[in-house]
Design a protein around this ligand. Sequence first.
Ligand code: DAH
Length: 339
Amino acid sequence: MKEKIAKLIEQAKLAVEQSHTLAFINNVKVKFLGKNGELTQLLRGMKDVPQEERPMVGKYVNEARDLITELTEEKTRQLAQAEIDEKMMKESVDITLDGKNTERGSLHPCTLVANEIVDIFTSLGFTLGEGPEIELDKFCFQMLNIPPDHPARDMQDTFYITDDILLRTHTSSVQARTMINTKPPIRIICPGKVYRPDDDATHSPMFQQIEGLVVDEKVTLCDLKGLLETFAQRLFDSSTKVRFRPSFFPFTEPSVEVDLSCSVCHGKGCRICKGTGWIEILGAGVVNPKVLDNCGIDSKKYKGLAFGLGVERVAMIKYGIPDMRILFENDVRFLKDFK
Ligand code: DAH
């Protein structure tokens, strides 16, 4: 019996040594220590062992079980660790490799300028107004005191879709839309795209405007000047001056063109202001009472102030861009300057 046990231990040692996978060592465990394993089989032979030798043989069997258990468990630990090590090797990340570069975009200079202008007016109590780019003739022209066949239509070449539907030529259409739906007081600022069939260094068939409208009981041209001065000084710098020149728009009376003192040369005269010291950036005026009445607002009780400006033009002045077309080419090298 003793030799049998010693032989079994030798066999087990060899089997453990030859185990190279966890599955294999598991089989070895079952083969030697399992319910029907070799050691159990040996124990069954105990009945043939003489009585006096049994305690001794029992001790050998127990020692053999402990030894084989220890050997298989140690091997199991080694194999499990080896498996983890191998996995770590396979899945290791080479941190010296170059990463994938994802370029960060930036806002377009026109968007930056439009956001800045809207921010200035919202900080002065204006709210955002909106209207469609595909517009009815009614809102774009008629309610703004430009009836069909009126010569004032020549001021704005128009893309017509049908006789009544067009691509809006200005954001002033939002004035009419807002006034028919809103009770005064009104203070809105409306950025948006507008369309006209012009295309050269200072015109594009699509461009952006920002419209402003105030309707209240006691507002005057002086308020308009103060408002636009505050705006201009926040957009450029606190030394910026505002000049009104008489003009004509069918929807305002009186109407003015608004010039700002040149932010580049501060009035001395330079390339940007074409030597005049002034830059024209807005059309504005006191809303024509006919427009208020057309939109259902009592022109005896209320007055309106309105203004409109071109976003591209302001961006060109603010960033010293000589040709409007650069703003539409979207050359990444140019756009990167605005990060
Ligand atoms: N809508 C005019 C244009 O596109 C700009 C303008 C002028 C808007 C005077 C106004 C205004 O609100 O009062 O040329």
